[in-house]
Write a protein that binds this ligand. Structure first.
Ligand code: SF4
Length: 346
């Protein structure tokens, strides 16, 4: 079986079955852009070849296990099962401005082990294929079609560390950007990483117009290692060099994600080291309130007043800074929370 996302294989099948290129173009248009089902999209092919093409090409790679719609705001979580049995998740974010974003997973589980993250507590199962990454977009887009919406933004902020699955993430990005497939603007895609310096540079060189977010969370090495164990391998000085390189290539400022945790990274000293670390870099700082996870080990989010104070000091120092509004608190929308609940023994 070949994948609909594999252009070379589809071209080989098209030639063998003597299908006109225009028919395949219309099939792709129906499947990727018009949110049609595989059966509907296949109607774009001449009847004699339709059945054989459909029997040789796979359109879906994940089984939708359940959907959870927030009663508080515009978030929906989609939980999928892979063919090898792992649970992964995507989150649809309907922003008040009318924009619809999808947060996708790049791995089933994660080896980075961030102490504040539900996925980190799941451990690592395996990296997802680009077919599985793309199927999250296909299935979410189809679910949104019923509401007259479609996905405008894709963020790689779900389960897993995208830069530890570079090859498959890049293949998925190529399909998302391809004019014959999703045709998304690179400005509408954001890849988030905990900071793997060489991979960040490679990604920026390959996709210079893409958005990139770095989960910094602390500008103090010891604190950062406590929050993100993988940070031991990538000291802050080395990360800073990668940030300089990335910001010199990309048009958009680098998004710096900073999860605010009481007493851990929100003290006056934390702020002054952060300001010092970021000085001279073209970055946008996104301060994130802590979304409490079940069985968390004593982490407490920074109070709202202190979050605003932190943002104000960053702004005074000349940085653009925002405090992120978290959607989906009632559906465990933070990365990995729902998959973790579904995976946990009853
Ligand atoms: S925050 Fe991201 S990198 Fe860290 S454990 Fe969770 S999924 Fe992995």
């Amino acid at each position: 079986m070949h994948s609909i996302h594999d252009k070379l294989a589809i071209e080989e099948i098209r030639k063998r079955l003597r299908i006109e290129p225009g028919h395949v173009r219309r099939l792709r248009n129906a499947f990727y852009k018009k949110q049609e089902t595989p059966a509907e999209a296949l109607e774009q092919l001449p009847a004699p070849q339709r059945r054989i093409f459909g029997s040789e090409v796979a359109f879906h790679f994940l089984t939708c296990h359940s959907r959870h719609d927030s009663q508080l705001d515009g978030a929906s979580k989609l939980l999928y099962r892979t063919a090898s049995g792992q649970m992964i998740e995507s989150v649809i974010l309907r922003i008040a401005s009318g924009r619809t974003s999808l947060c996708v997973s790049s791995q089933a589980g994660c080896a980075v082990g961030c102490c504040f993250c539900a996925t980190g507590q799941l451990g690592m199962a395996r990296s997802l294929t680009h077919h599985e990454i793309l199927d999250q977009v296909i299935q979410a887009n189809r679910a949104l079609g019923a509401e007259g919406r479609s996905i405008r933004n894709v963020v790689f902020m779900g389960m897993g560390e995208p830069m530890l699955n570079e090859t498959e993430v890049y293949k998925a990005l190529n399909v998302l950007l391809s004019p014959q497939c999703f045709d998304l603007s690179p400005a509408k895609i954001l890849v988030s990483t905990v900071g793997i310096p060489d991979a960040m540079v490679r990604c920026a060189e390959r996709f210079p117009r893409l958005g990139m977010a770095l989960s910094l969370h602390s500008a103090r090495q010891a604190q950062r290692e406590r929050l993100i164990p993988l940070a031991r391998r990538y000291p802050l000085a080395r990360l800073r060099k990668a940030m300089e390189h990335v910001t010199s290539i990309q048009r958009r400022p680098l998004m710096v994600e900073y999860l605010l945790l009481a007493g851990l990274n929100d003290t006056d000293q934390d702020l002054s080291e952060l300001l010092c670390y970021l000085r001279g870099l073209r970055v946008h700082v996104n301060l994130i309130p802590y979304n409490v996870i079940a069985n968390a080990t004593g982490l407490i989010g920074t109070a709202a007043e202190r979050r605003c104070w932190f943002a104000a000091r960053l702004t005074e120092a000349g940085f653009t800074a925002t405090v992120r509004y978290s959607l989906g608190a009632d559906i465990a929308a933070a990365c990995g929370q729902l998959a973790r609940l579904e995976t946990a023994p009853a």
